[in-house]
Write a protein that binds this ligand. Structure first.
Ligand code: FES
Length: 163
């Protein structure tokens, strides 16, 4: 998934206009915190602090309640992520077939550690554990696409080609 960059301005101000449409859609459903947070994350790629404040103001749920939900479910991200998400599998099958070398390659190439995002928000690299495609080990998911039987040069090239 490539994010719609327009929702986060270059100076990192969050444009809350699209969120108003979501809040309007859920206006009569006070308990709809999860779907509102899901839509928020679809818009911005994460759940910005500004959005939490805005949702709180319009739904009557406290900021603490909203953070409580957002931090309870691992599907929500509270930090801005990259336009491209590279998830390297380091489950057992992928690990023994060289996943750690893939991770190290990307860390060196991008100058970040696994779990981090490049300063220009181009790429986030994360390590995940068994995505159910062990026959393709070592594998990764790049922007939602499964890529199997990776070697360092290949993953490096694929990531370099991400715009
Ligand atoms: S261990 Fe990587 S897909 Fe199963």
């Amino acid at each position: 998934m490539v994010l719609e960059e327009t929702k986060i301005m270059n100076d990192e101000t969050v444009d809350l206009t699209p969120l108003d449409e979501v809040l309007e859609a859920f206006r009569d459903e006070r308990g709809a915190i999860i779907p509102i947070l899901q839509r928020t994350q679809e818009i911005y790629g994460y759940v910005p602090a500004e959005a939490i404040q805005h949702i709180s103001k319009h739904t009557g749920n406290s900021v603490a309640q909203l953070y409580g939900v957002a931090t309870f479910y691992s599907q929500f991200y509270l930090e801005r992520r990259g336009r491209h998400i590279v998830s390297i599998c380091d489950g057992t099958a992928c690990h023994v077939k060289g996943a750690p070398r893939l991770v190290t390659t990307l860390e060196e190439q991008l100058g970040i550690k696994a779990g981090e995002t490049t300063p220009d928000y181009r790429v986030t690299v994360e390590v995940v554990y068994c995505l159910g495609s062990c026959a393709l080990a070592p594998m990764a998911v790049i922007d939602g696409q499964v890529v199997g039987r990776l070697v360092p040069d290949k993953v490096s090239k694929l990531v370099r080609e991400l715009e």
